[in-house]
Design a protein around this ligand. Structure first.
Ligand code: ADP
Ligand code: MG
Length: 256
């Protein structure tokens, strides 16, 4: 066996007994989760179930859970009995684009990057998300969907091994949302980062992800592989079966 085989097969994300409480209230109750490199995972759950808390922990943004700094994450870290391992290069996309209003679009994408190749990479990333020609626009001149495209370009240009997205399309209208689904899936197919997409939308989860997790009472209540080819459409009757299982795990029934 080649010496680096273990390195190659090690999951991109590994959580063991990950726990997070706020004022004695347990939100994440000993989560165990492996995400293989390159897998597209969606995380579903009711509002307040702890989805963002889990994502922040994996992103290294939660000091209470993870400590701070990527070297810590890279090596894996004991956390009050729990453990978290995540890759070095992690990008996060939120529901709002978080573009700086006083910087033009390209400057936002390049924020914090340097090197002679940076500008070209930024331009390429903008072209990939369909924003060629908008490099010098101000964020306020972009539509909501375009702002999210710019946010995706900003994360792409960092060549993330792991893309974390917290309800990134939650504020978009239905048609824009479908276009963004197609774009995200295309970008994933080209770059193959691991993805953890937080959403409360069951259809969004099953149309995009190859594996859907349901967070319930601080645990992963259901871990479902969606074994259907892409591109997927809501009309696929087999997706309907997955939908029912996920809704049941969320405690929602469709009989009125
Ligand atoms: P979700 O993203 O699934 O809607 P969150 O992860 O944002 O849920 O929140 C889970 C629970 O943890 C909620 O009850 C929320 O009020 C609580 N919570 C999240 N962050 C904090 C915080 N910084 N301080 C106190 N409670 C928090
Ligand atoms: Mg949330």
């Amino acid at each position: 066996m080649a010496p680096h085989t273990e390195q190659l097969t090690r999951p991109a994300v590994q959580l063991r007994s990950l726990t997070r409480s706020f004022d004695e209230r347990v939100v994440l109750d000993g989560i165990d989760l492996d995400i293989p490199a390159g897998q597209f995972v969606a995380l579903l759950g009711h509002s307040g179930s702890g989805k963002s808390t889990l994502l922040r922990a994996v992103a290294g943004l939660d000091h209470e859970v993870t400590g701070w700094g990527s070297p810590l994450l890279e090596q894996g870290r004991e956390l009050g009995g729990g453990q978290l391992t995540a890759p070095d290069r992690v990008s996060v996309v939120f529901q709002d684009s978080r573009l700086l209003p006083w910087r033009r679009v390209l400057a936002n994408v390049l924020l914090g990057l340097d090197g002679s190749q940076a500008e070209q990479k930024g331009r390429d990333a903008l072209a990939e998300v369909g924003l060629r020609g908008r490099e010098r626009a101000w964020p306020s001149e972009l539509s909501g969907g375009e702002q999210q495209r710019a946010a995706l370009a900003r994360s792409l240009v960092r060549e993330p091994e792991l893309l974390l997205a917290d309800e990134p399309f939650g504020a978009l209208d239905a048609l824009t949302r479908i276009k963004m689904h197609n774009l995200l899936r295309e970008l994933w197919e080209r770059h193959r980062p691991s993805v953890l997409l937080v959403t409360h939308d069951v259809d969004e989860a099953i149309v995009l992800a190859d594996r859907v997790l349901v967070l319930d009472r601080g645990r992963i209540g259901l871990d479902l592989t969606i074994d259907r080819p892409h591109p997927r459409t809501y009309r696929d009757p087999l997706l309907g079966e997955y939908r029912e299982r996920l809704l049941a795990a969320l405690g929602v029934t469709e009989d009125h």
